[in-house]
Design a protein around this ligand. Structure first.
Ligand SMILES: Cc1cc2nc3c(=O)[nH]c(=O)nc-3n(C[C@H](O)[C@H](O)[C@H](O)COP(=O)(O)O)c2cc1C
Length: 407
């Protein structure tokens, strides 16, 4: 290592485990290829309910590059024209590639939804097969679907059939719990049915977000799968993405909680994959400017009232770990207007540096675990491919969507 390189490495802003991780070498990693889409760096913004709406995707895209997936959109709500579902599925003309995560356990609905999305110009669709919410798994949906590989096959087949040239991917968890792992079956089914890649959140549904993600499971899936594998779980720093790809051989990474209140993570990811050392993260003053920008985008998309309500949760994610923000946090949580936000942000110490301790903390989802509820007798019928009953009335759909958003 030259003296200059040694200086850069010693100045690296990272946790101890990433201090010595080498930057990507030229040609070490390849773009993620999903049919005609070629994605460089091979980085995907994780679908996150209540988070990866158009305003946040657009903000992340300004910092970096990659594939930015929408939050999950339920087929029933979409097909019945529920106005909130339609808004969440929507985008603006300049979003390319446009990527939507879909959710349904009904092959007819999901096929119809994909056909409509493709007609609207969507470039990529991802199927959510990992949702751990009790209301969902208890009715045989979400992470309960891969327990029945033939039902999963019907869903993927219906999507691929109606998607034409648009790539279809699936996103799964490891399984229900350590005694009922489903991800290898899911990888096989996804490959057989023509999916272009499989994403693995390397935790079980029972684990929710607890504990460390099991990167070894990503490596196991990669060695078994015939299609590209996207690794997911615990990419908090750009260097984690390099470590995950090197340790598992996966073809791309999906980044979830690490980017909450840190959209510049996508700039850092682009830098390390291009072999460049990222600079220091923004100071509090620059973060306040990003928060104003984010708030304006939310207001533009959701309207003034809902946009500012949405912004409340972001204020604690953006200011996590900053000493000077603790006193303001309560007031930030009650903001109603952009002007209130603007005034509160003016009180922050613009020069406060980003705290190292805030790099690897989860900004959303607690550390609890759960016992997963499955329908009565579910495990006795694993060969069955009958879809579970989906919610039908508008009231049922809205209750279902609220439950999904809570998960
Ligand atoms: C607030 C929140 C909402 C989420 N919503 C979804 C979702 O709509 N669809 C999905 O497949 N996963 C969802 N997830 C899971 C993430 O996509 C990702 O798999 C998980 O956070 C693990 O990645 P991480 O360790 O990088 O956070 C959500 C996660 C969070 C934190």
């Amino acid at each position: 290592m030259s003296a200059g390189e040694a200086d850069a490495a010693s100045a690296r802003f990272s946790s101890a485990e990433n201090r010595d991780v080498p930057l990507a070498r030229t040609g070490e990693f390849r773009p993620l290829v999903l049919k005609s889409l070629s994605i460089w760096p091979p980085v995907v913004l994780a679908p996150m309910a209540g988070v990866t709406n158009f305003p946040f995707r657009a903000l992340c895209r300004e910092f970096g590059a990659g594939l930015y997936v929408s939050e999950m959109i339920t087929a029933r709500g979409f097909l019945m024209g529920n106005s909130r579902t339609i808004l969440l599925a929507s985008s603006r003309d300049d979003e390319r590639p446009r990527s939507v995560q879909v959710y349904s356990s009904d092959p007819v609905d999901i096929g119809e939804m994909v056909a409509r999305l493709v007609d609207q110009g969507v470039d990529h669709v991802d199927l959510n097969l990992g949702c751990p919410v009790p209301k969902v798994t208890a009715s045989g949906g979400g992470s309960a679907i891969p327990v029945k590989p033939r039902l999963m096959a019907r869903l993927v087949r219906a999507m691929v059939k109606r998607s034409g040239a648009v790539p279809v991917t699936v996103k799964v968890r490891k399984g229900i719990d350590e005694d009922l792992l489903t991800y290898l079956d899911a990888g096989r089914v996804a490959g057989e049915e023509g999916a272009s890649a499989i994403g693995l959140h390397a935790r079980t549904a029972a684990q929710l977000y607890h504990g460390e993600a099991d990167w070894e499971a990503i490596a196991t899936l990669k060695s078994a799968a015939t299609i590209p594998v996207l690794g997911n779980g615990d990419v908090w720093e750009s260097f984690d993405a390099l470590r995950m790809m090197r340790a598992t051989g996966c073809d791309g990474v999906i980044v979830g909680r690490g980017c909450l209140g840190r959209p510049w993570l996508f700039r850092e990811l682009a830098q390390v994959f291009d072999g460049r050392e990222p600079g220091a993260p923004p100071k509090l003053g620059e973060i306040a400017a990003i928060m104003r920008d984010h708030a304006r985008r939310l207001v533009d998309f959701f309207g003034a009232k809902v946009g500012m309500q949405q912004m409340r949760k972001w204020t604690s994610w953006y200011t996590k770990g900053f000493a000077g923000s603790a006193a303001l946090r309560d007031r930030l949580h009650r903001i109603e207007t952009f002007e209130e936000l603007d005034l509160l942000l003016a009180n922050l110490d613009a020069n406060e540096p980003f705290p190292l301790s805030a790099l690897r903390v989860s900004r959303a989802k607690g550390g609890r675990t759960q016992k997963v509820s499955l329908p009565h007798g579910y495990l006795a019928q694993r060969d069955d491919d009958t879809p579970p009953r989906s919610p039908h009335s508008l009231a049922e759909i809205e209750a279902y969507e609220r439950a999904l958003n809570a998960g």
